[in-house]
Design a protein around this ligand. Structure first.
Ligand SMILES: O=C[C@H](O)COP(=O)(O)O
Length: 254
């Protein structure tokens, strides 16, 4: 946690969910409406196919919905792609950019992620910019260098606390049940805050830095209490309302 920064508990459904899943989203929205919204902001990023209906389900609740990716351009001949403006039209308030699965599956570079973050801002939305090292990079001792490069290349110079959220996701911790030690998380988040400070100045002290990678109700208090961890980006455990709310509930005791 960072004094003065309101935490954000964000879900990422990835390529999961059909209309039958909207009941879980409704459950999450109700949990935030019934008190959790007082201790943390809530967001669930859903597949584009569900976004408009997800926005309807969450209307009138504190829960926001977002997109998982966008094309850098506003419109044009890009079959199968979706622009940030389209996501906004469907009800998104946030868009994830640079998730490691996009970087790996679609070869997205830091420059691409940078362009996507700017596209999110062009649409008036908040960019959740993901960074994180692979297992091999960690084992070779280059974690902090990788984070520095990703911040330098992926985070536009006009990022601030209102338009961007940084998500630190060690790639090897995503969907594996493995998590870094709290000391490793603290070191990474402090380093990210410092590099953001170098790049952005004082505003970096007010930006949210989320941790992502195998967050679940049983480890949420431990991970979310770490200094400079201002929330979570949750994959698998965001698919069930009970699990996601269990994570957000950590903020009742922090
Ligand atoms: O965007 C979310 C992350 O990739 C974390 O996924 P996970 O909670 O399933 O490990």
């Amino acid at each position: 946690m960072t004094p003065g920064i309101r935490p954000l508990v964000a879900g990422n459904w990835k390529m999961n969910g059909t209309s039958a899943s909207l009941g879980e989203l409704r459950g999450i929205a109700e949990g935030f409406a019934q008190g959790l919204g007082e201790v943390a902001d809530g967001l669930v990023c859903v597949p584009a196919t569900l976004l408009a209906r997800a926005a309807e389900v969450t209307t009138g609740t504190p829960l926001n919905v977002g997109g998982e990716d966008c094309h850098p351009k506003e419109s044009g001949a890009h079959t199968g792609d979706i622009s940030a403006e389209m996501l906004k039209d469907a009800g998104a308030t946030h868009v994830i950019v640079g998730h490691s699965e996009r970087r790996t599956d679609h070869g997205e570079s830091n420059a691409t992620v940078h362009a996507k973050a700017e596209a999110v801002w062009r649409a008036g939305l908040v960019a959740i910019i993901c960074i994180g090292e692979t297992q091999a990079q960690r084992e070779s001792g280059s974690t902090l260098d990788v984070l520095a490069q990703q911040i330098a290349g992926s985070v536009p110079a006009d990022a601030n606390a209102g338009n961007a959220v940084i998500a630190y996701e060690p790639v090897w911790a995503i969907g594996t049940g493995l998590t870094p030690t709290v000391d490793d998380v603290a070191q990474a988040h402090a380093y990210i805050r410092a590099r953001l400070g170098d790049k952005l100045g004082a505003v970096a002290g007010r930006m949210r830095i989320l941790y992502g990678g195998s967050v679940k109700p049983s480890n949420a208090v431990e991970l979310l209490s770490v200094e400079n961890v201002d929330g979570a980006l949750v994959g698998g455990a965001s698919l069930k309302a009970a699990d996601f709310l269990g994570i957000a509930r950590a903020y009742r005791s922090l």
